[in-house]
Ligand binder design. Structure first.
Ligand code: LER
Ligand code: MN
Length: 278
């Protein structure tokens, strides 16, 4: 447990579209309710999962952020896959183009909120007629374009390595960082999700430390994707690694709302207060 002031900012996930109602997000429902809940619990920011780039006017979200004194930590692009069936590595060129357009529009939408966009499930996977080499070329092109589109807003684009059951492109932080480096991809940072890392990494703390310069966002989840402190993750070495890596971004709860959303939110903040001195 550290008593030094926290360099981290706290965030909680809000999801508004029914196709992801069973997803790992704390608050499901309207933005009004989600912002109010996040503020009442005492988070610094919200992370938004919306059906698309034109679902809610930017002004409406900025007004809610201002009213509740909350920042927008990040905006997820998962609806591109979950709602619209889009993947950046789809064998069909037209579908890939639609995926890139969706992502570009999300980046412009989120940029106006001062927030980076996350690429998770929309990265897709290789297989069938799509070789790994081909999928990685398409992923690299899409990441180049996304980093460049985000840059004018003064935010990075976030690439998330997922566990093996969700993608076969990158499951490890080090491999994802090496890919960004080798392909010369600018203005793209890594999102380190502790749930995926618990499944894939030999040593989660060591992986966080090694990925330090690439880290742009953290999903703060216990081993079973519930609130930290309810599973078998020891957060102390992870917080120590993030501090040692000079990480100063968000720690955001992307977890299932169990036993209910309020309990998951409260337990998340309790863990961050105890271990990260937020
Ligand atoms: C998104 O942040 C994530 O972690 C994925 O598991 C969602 O498919
Ligand atoms: Mn995640």
């Amino acid at each position: 447990m550290s008593h030094a002031p926290s360099p981290f900012r706290t965030a909680v996930t809000l999801c508004t579209f029914p196709e992801a109602a069973a997803g790992p997000f704390v608050f499901h429902g309207t933005l009004e309710d989600g912002f109010a809940k996040a503020a009442a619990h005492g988070f610094d920011a919200v992370e938004l999962f919306l059906p698309g780039p034109d679902a809610v006017p930017v002004e409406e979200i900025l007004a809610l952020a201002d009213q509740h004194k909350l920042a927008i930590a990040a905006v997820g692009s998962g609806a591109g896959m979950v709602k619209h069936g889009l993947s950046l590595t789809d064998p069909d060129a037209g579908q890939r183009e639609k995926a890139r357009t969706f992502l570009r529009e999300m980046i412009h939408f989120a940029g106006k909120l001062g927030a980076p966009v996350i690429l998770g499930s929309m990265q897709g996977k290789s297989g069938g007629t799509v070789s790994r080499e081909q999928a990685l070329d398409w992923l690299a092109e899409a990441l180049q374009e996304a980093g460049a589109a985000a840059a004018p807003y003064g935010v990075p684009f976030l690439y998330e390595a997922l566990n093996r059951y969700e993608t076969n492109l990158f499951n490890l932080q080090a491999a994802a960082a090496a890919f960004l480096e080798e392909r010369g991809i600018a203005n793209v940072k890594l999102l380190a999700d502790l749930f995926h890392m618990n499944i894939e990494e030999d040593d989660v703390a060591a992986a966080l430390m090694a990925a330090g310069p690439w880290l742009g966002h953290v999903h703060w989840a216990d081993s079973q994707r519930l609130a930290m402190g309810t599973g078998h993750t020891d957060p102390a070495p992870l917080v120590a690694a993030l501090r040692q890596a000079d990480y100063t971004g968000y720690v955001s709860a992307e977890i299932f709302p169990r036993p209910d959303a309020d309990a998951a939110a409260a337990q998340t903040l309790a863990s961050l207060r105890a271990f990260a001195a937020v």
